[in-house]
Write a protein that binds this ligand. Structure first.
Ligand SMILES: [Zn+2]
Ligand SMILES: [Zn+2]
Length: 304
């Protein structure tokens, strides 16, 4: 299985257009050892030519241009992207669908019933796309059951619900339900190797821990280093956990959780622009290095 990180940043990307935080300021002025990052998305393939996109970020156009495997190969209209899995209905994970409207065939989209509802009501992307390429929506299992994607031979997928918070425009904003957010295991049927992708993880529920322990590579929530990171940066008083993201440091944080799982390669993804781990020379980044946790960047390729 081949995995390509198209975008490793959280919503807003890095730097964010209107942000002058310590990181955004320094990366713009060339004062920081690190790289910019577009918004969160990966692509996965068994054969290197037919790819499944996980999330469609607002940065998808530049992400696909930087990814030759996705370029058109045959005929006047073509793409290496054959299907799309949405992990939730957040703006930074779905807005890119509008950029795919030129498709000559309906978009094959795999998402939960909750996400379908959001994208036909509060943020009606699916409704809008009916006026362009159209959408074939396929409902995902929420209990860890397997699904396959026609035309994507050699990969099997398993999806489960995660505790999270629906977006502000969701009819369920204050009434979270199973399927608002999911985690996915991708399994290569020939090698047996497995990936777990969960860029939004607010709580390590038992089924999440079991999934994390069962795979060869983890691409998991790297949004915030500390719970009050936005407050410390003077941005707002929303806490990481209020936004559905488990911070990396501190008791019960992502580093501690990953420390109990010796097997897989561990990579943080969906990194917010305030997070000190974006600075390759920061003490926080060195802490991750010491315990063997990597930080994803745009263009990272993983072969499993
Ligand atoms: Zn996001
Ligand atoms: Zn910033």
């Amino acid at each position: 299985m081949k995995i390509r990180v198209l975008g490793a940043g959280a919503g807003g990307g890095f730097p964010q257009w209107n942000c002058n935080c310590h990181n955004c300021h320094r990366i713009r002025h060339g004062d920081m050892q690190g790289r910019s990052r577009t918004q969160s998305s990966i692509a996965v393939s068994a054969d290197g030519s037919r790819w499944v996109l996980f999330n469609a970020s607002p940065d998808i156009r530049s992400q696909l241009e930087a990814f030759p495997d996705a370029w058109p190969k045959t005929g006047v209209r073509d793409s290496g992207i054959k299907a799309i899995v949405l992990i939730d209905s957040q703006i930074d994970h779905t807005t890119g669908l509008l950029m795919l409207r030129e498709s000559t065939v309906p978009l094959e989209i795999y998402c939960s019933e909750m996400v379908r509802q959001d994208l036909t009501s509060g943020f009606p992307l699916f409704t809008m796309l009916q006026h362009y390429c159209g959408v074939n929506q396929h409902e995902l299992p929420l209990d860890g059951d397997a699904f396959t994607i026609p035309g994507i031979d050699g990969l099997r997928f398993y999806s489960h619900s995660l505790k999270s918070i629906a977006p502000p425009y969701s009819p369920r904003r204050h009434h979270p339900q199973d399927g608002d957010n999911i985690g996915v295991i991708v399994e290569d049927l020939s090698s047996g190797k497995r990936l777990y992708y969960a860029p939004g993880l607010g709580e390590i529920e038992p089924h999440v821990l079991a999934a994390m322990q069962s795979v060869d590579c983890l691409l998991v929530d790297g949004t915030f280093w500390v719970n009050d990171e936005m407050g410390r940066a003077g941005i707002c008083d929303k806490r990481a956990l209020d936004l559905g993201h488990l911070p990396q440091s501190g008791p019960g944080g992502m580093m501690e959780v990953l420390g109990t799982i010796p097997g897989p390669r561990k990579i943080l993804i969906h990194i917010n622009n305030t997070n000190p781990i974006l600075d390759d020379a920061s003490p926080e980044r060195q802490q991750l290095d010491t315990v063997g946790i990597e930080v994803a960047y745009d263009g990272l390729e993983i072969n499993l």
